[in-house]
Design a protein around this ligand. Sequence first.
Ligand SMILES: [Zn+2]
Length: 384
Amino acid sequence: MSAVEGLDLLTGEAVRLHVSDGLIAEREPLPKGKSERLPFIAPGLVDLQINGAAGVDFNRPPVTAEGFRHAVSALWAHGVTSFCPTVITNGTEQMERLLEQIRHASSADPAIRGSVAGFHLEGPFLSPEDGPRGAHPREHIRRPDIRLLERWQEAAGGLIRIVTLAPEWDEAPAFIRHCVKQGIIVSIGHTAADSAQIREAVRAGASLSTHLGNGAHPVLPRHPNYIWDQLAADELYAAMIADGFHLPASVLKVFCRVKAGKAVLVSDAVSLAGMPPGTYKAHIGGDVVLTEEGKLHLAETPELLAGSAKLLLHGVEHLARLGIAALAEAWRMASLLPASLLKLPAASGLSAGSPADIVVLRLDGDRLHVCRTYKSGRLVYERA
Ligand SMILES: [Zn+2]
């Protein structure tokens, strides 16, 4: 039995969390007056979409146990205790091999295995159109195919939990119903769907929008369009990239207001998250440029972003700094909310009976500094 003390970032209460067998055994309130010197504590962040970190690319084979550990350690250091490694559009065999490799790479250590909340398959059932397709390679885009999904699910050891697809394919409604039956979350993204197709996808059980407002045409009819349609569908959670580049503040604000209680933050970070500025060879889209400010775009078409180079913690800070959400609310949008979408036990936060996925933080102006991270009660990161 050990204990972690702090001010609960979400409630403001000073508490001592007693940890036993990987769980929060007891949440003990601390007397008033003891709170001044305490750090903040918060439930671990949950990232639904992440393609790599710290130079390790989940889409570039081989993904080794050592490489994966390196990436997960970087996530822990930034307060992430659960995440969905995201495998994007690629050849059928390559995707199968990557899923197998990531599964094996994550199985070596219980804390690493426990941090993988499931795989996110982003593609290849996306729009082939320039714009909505984003940086996904056109030659590998294909129609939704249940057989193929089953093959990948086998390679993934049943760990595929989210599939992003474009619902305008004729096969989409049946495919979505199949996924939902298997407990897979279907997310609408990289799409050029019309209103009826979005509605049909929602009826079939789609429950999320992938990085809403990105992976879209640069110019859209004022209305109707697939962004309004997804905003208006109350059934859909909206995942947003709040890195400061993917969505302007006004759009972030409107998405947060409209989707109140269903707006979640994702990083969509690529392996270059945390690397120095420069030109890099990416798995998709050829050369990419990482600017001084941390913006990542295709070298040939600078208006096309190539994922984010910022981790989830930055999105929380960004939203709070803009005044769109209070810090506690922004943190909730990147922890409890995505956890509840995935039906993770971590969705109950820092309460008795929850997994001891705890981040100890210091607030310095509008910057958050992670001091320690616990995964299932095990100290997996401590700031030097
Ligand atoms: Zn995408």
